[in-house]
Design a protein around this ligand. Sequence first.
Ligand SMILES: O=C(O)[C@H]1O[C@H](OP(=O)(O)OP(=O)(O)OC[C@H]2O[C@@H](n3ccc(=O)[nH]c3=O)[C@H](O)[C@@H]2O)[C@H](O)[C@@H](O)[C@@H]1O
Length: 417
Amino acid sequence: MDKPLYIQRFRYHFSITKLIFWALIVIFFIYFFFFNAPTTSPSTSSISTSRRVLWGGPDWESRVLKSARRRSGAGGHVVLVTGAAGFVGTHVTAALRRRGDGVVGIDNFNDYYDRSLKRSRELLLERAGVFVVEGDINDAKLLKRLFGLVKFSHVMHLAAQAGVRYAMKNPGSYVNSNIAGFVNLLEVCKSANPQPAIIWASSSSVYGLNTKIPFSEKDRTDQPSSLYAATKKAGEEIAHTYNHIYGLSITGLRFFTVYGPWGRPDMAYFFFTKDILKRKTIKIFEGPNHSTVARDFTYIDDIVKGCLAALDTAKKSTGSGGKKKGAAQLRVFNLGNTSPVPVSKLVSILEKLLKVKAKKVVLPMPANGDVLFTHANVSLAQRELGYNPTTDLQTGLKKFVQWYLDYYSPSGKKSAV
Ligand SMILES: O=C(O)[C@H]1O[C@H](OP(=O)(O)OP(=O)(O)OC[C@H]2O[C@@H](n3ccc(=O)[nH]c3=O)[C@H](O)[C@@H]2O)[C@H](O)[C@@H](O)[C@@H]1O
């Protein structure tokens, strides 16, 4: 006897559902085993790298090797640049490439700020012949593979979680990138054969609550006022340890509020420009008793020169196979502009360049880790590196604004690249 119609329909629907269920399971397994193959490396960065990053394979290897090749007759170094799609990283990488060094970049393309800007910088480097590996400095396997493929003479370590105020929102990302990531990189460098010399980005923020002006490398740096500053200071101590135990040659560069074309959208000069153009109100912080807040704003080209000079004067690491063979070089330099400018003056320069009057509100500086004043004494860098900053804020901001208007104009993105 035939079953009632509703039972037949129920069975029919039930079997379709079962079919879809098993099909989904099969698709999941195919995806997991075939598209998530062994060269896939789970990364640990809390901001960006919850996704999996693909690297490896013959094509990837040949791109790495090609990028690491020095221009024939150029002599030069073979450099791994971490944070190569970052602001300073892109400029330094391009400059190294221009003069003929072999350069391989690495960047995790995290979403701390607009990723498309990072991708545009990557494109710029790709056109200059540099391959930026997508991966995280916490990925030891990836770093070992890179060192297995290429005998890097230097590492320019510029990958970091930057930004003073964001440290209150996402403290873990600072520990992850600036401490864990740095240690991971040093662990791989110490075991590499030959060991590379390392140049890395510290920060003017390590001077913290120091009131002695201008800041000299001999001044105290044990009063950080933000977690960001504390992680950079920790980096300096960690550098000391790896230099002492393993003979790694390490140079730390304390950058002072670096600005310029292709800059970081989280920095005040950048978002002030954006907000002034949008007629949005900007906040200008002031210190106690209406005192001025000022920064030793330093133009990117001056910083690049300092980075290259630090690289060219770095002595070789002395260790090999994880063992120290003798004392190695350990240096720290201020790279600033030596003339602090009040934030209110920065805004008035921008108003003139943009030909727009800013809507502004002056507020007491919140307790967010910011310091009142920075001012670099660069005589050590002058002596040892021949560092001599030449760009004043007016000139540097003019170049930034030209780039900004071009890059963000409706038709500009490509022409700026
Ligand atoms: O030199 C350094 O060590 C640091 O320089 C910058 O940090 P900061 O100098 O605080 O740069 P901005 O965030 O661009 O701030 C510049 C000035 O604008 C002020 N500001 C910021 C934001 C705002 O809304 N209003 C305002 O007046 C800040 O108080 C500060 O005085 C970078 O963001 C750090 O990554 C870097 O390490």
